[in-house]
Design a protein around this ligand. Structure first.
Ligand code: AMP
Length: 148
């Protein structure tokens, strides 16, 4: 009988690590741009010292602000331009379900929440890589199953 365990968020974090680029809500959008550039990421989780997830700010939010208000608005606080209602995932969520929620919500980042605290993040790139690895394993297992 052919059966395989689905890949879950925990597996992605085990291979890529649990470090997350964060920023304080009181920091300026200019600070956020610096952090996006130096950390080479597309989004920052807005968080406090206690690791609560207060929001998320991505390069898209920055572009929207500049397009609407110009670069003079970059000294405004992150809290004014972040998305406050963050969709998070759990360690045991399948990457399939994360992919579906990213597609439905039109965003490319999902913080991982454990006991309401930030425990990692997965990006659409991580999820696509995980899914490709999973499909390669699946076809390998199926090939073995039919040749044995
Ligand atoms: P992104 O695709 O990650 O650049 O984000 C696109 C938009 O969705 C931006 O306005 C983000 O603030 C927002 N966003 C990103 N990730 C999430 C998430 N996990 N939950 C809710 N909103 C998000």
């Amino acid at each position: 009988h052919y059966r395989e365990k689905s890949m879950i968020v925990r597996h992605i974090l085990d291979s890529k690590g649990r470090d997350v680029a964060t920023i304080a809500p009181t920091a300026s959008v200019q600070d956020a741009i610096q952090a996006l550039g130096s950390r080479r990421v597309g989004a920052l989780v807005v968080s406090d010292a206690g690791k609560a997830i207060l929001g998320i700010i991505s390069e898209r939010d920055v572009v929207k602000l500049i397009a609407g208000s110009g670069v003079g608005a970059l000294d405004q606080p992150v809290s004014a331009h972040m998305t406050a209602r963050v969709v998070t995932c759990a360690l045991d969520d399948t990457i399939q379900s994360v992919m579906e929620r990213m597609t439905a919500g039109r965003f490319r980042h999902m913080p991982v929440s454990v006991d309401d605290k930030l425990a990692g993040i997965v990006s659409i790139g991580d999820v696509v890589k995980g899914r490709l690895d999973e499909m390669a394993q699946e076809s390998q297992a199926l090939r073995q199953y039919i040749t044995n």
